[in-house]
Design a protein around this ligand. Structure first.
Ligand code: SAM
Length: 266
């Protein structure tokens, strides 16, 4: 069945721990400092709390991060409205849609959508500080915060279990300053491959890209070559938009898309 998918095991050997990832990067292995872990941003600017902004307790909304990537909708002026874009794109899935954010508790993110639009949602985060838990999500039991390292197999198993091994309609990875922690293509590509496999046909991935893609270097060149290959060879089945200045990407998996994320040969 299309929406069912077995995610058990690590047949492709794509998992490594946060510690290994940090060591591979030559970065100090660490759980990032607590200042960096304190965000639970809203979907739209209108839900930003000015007091929190002033105290440095809030980041920009998800809408602001991804507005460059929102395509013009048929018969619509450009709206730059992420909520409207997602709910229009997934309108056939209203009430059944599944959504996950990697790199954040995502309580406020999913509270920003029309209530009941997402049947289940989750946020995957290294830690879920107590003061976050005092925020009352309107989604109650429909939202789960999964504490763990998103690059580890055990955390991903929890994700698959929460969603009953079903594929997901909306997958977001927004670590912001965390691009530092979702860095280099050799970590990003396996993560993207996993997200792509987890993504339902018709669904969308919104993700940060590593800092390495914003300046001229071999990684950026490879990334541009890959983009070009996907746009030419998978036209009409994978739709990709990139904002190199925001270091963000949107990927839509359309009917006829391959099951695995296509990569460059060699
Ligand atoms: C700057 S905060 C951003 C939070 C949220 N995405 C937002 O935009 O408000 C970075 C988040 O990334 C999470 N994070 C960093 N590395 C992670 C990892 N390896 N696995 C899971 N979460 C991670 C942290 O726990 C923290 O919640």
């Amino acid at each position: 069945m299309e929406s069912q998918h077995s995610f058990s095991g690590d047949p492709k050997g794509e998992f490594s721990s946060h510690k290994e990832n940090m060591q591979n990067l030559g970065r100090k292995e660490s759980v990032p400092d607590s200042g960096w872990l304190k965000y639970d941003s809203p979907l739209l600017d209108s839900a930003l709390d000015p007091t929190e902004l002033l105290k440095g307790l809030a980041l920009q909304s998800f809408n602001r991060s991804y507005e460059d990537l929102i395509p013009m909708m048929t018969n619509e002026k450009a709206t730059f409205d992420l909520k409207k874009y997602i709910e229009t794109l997934l309108e056939d899935r209203a009430g059944q849609a599944l959504g996950v954010e990697f790199g954040g508790p995502a309580r406020r993110l999913f509270d920003g959508f029309t209530p009941e639009f997402f049947a289940k949602s989750a946020g995957v985060t290294l830690t879920d500080p107590e003061y976050f838990q005092t925020y009352e999500s309107q989604r109650g039991e429909k939202h789960r915060v999964i504490e763990g390292d998103m690059f580890s197999q055990s955390t991903m198993q929890e994700v698959y279990k929460w969603f009953d091994n079903q594929q997901i309609d909306l997958i977001i990875t927004r670590l912001i300053g965390g691009t530092e922690y979702l860095p280099t293509p050799n970590i990003t590509i396996p993560h993207l491959k996993r997200c792509y496999r987890l993504l339902k046909n018709g669904g969308v991935i919104l993700t940060d890209l590593p800092d390495e893609f914003s300046s001229d270097n071999i990684w950026k060149k490879k990334f541009i070559d890959w983009l070009e290959m996907v746009r030419v060879d998978f036209e009409g089945v994978i739709d990709i938009e990139v904002s190199l200045c925001q270091r963000s990407m949107r990927l839509n998996k359309l009917t006829g898309a391959p099951q695995e994320l296509p990569l460059l040969q060699g």
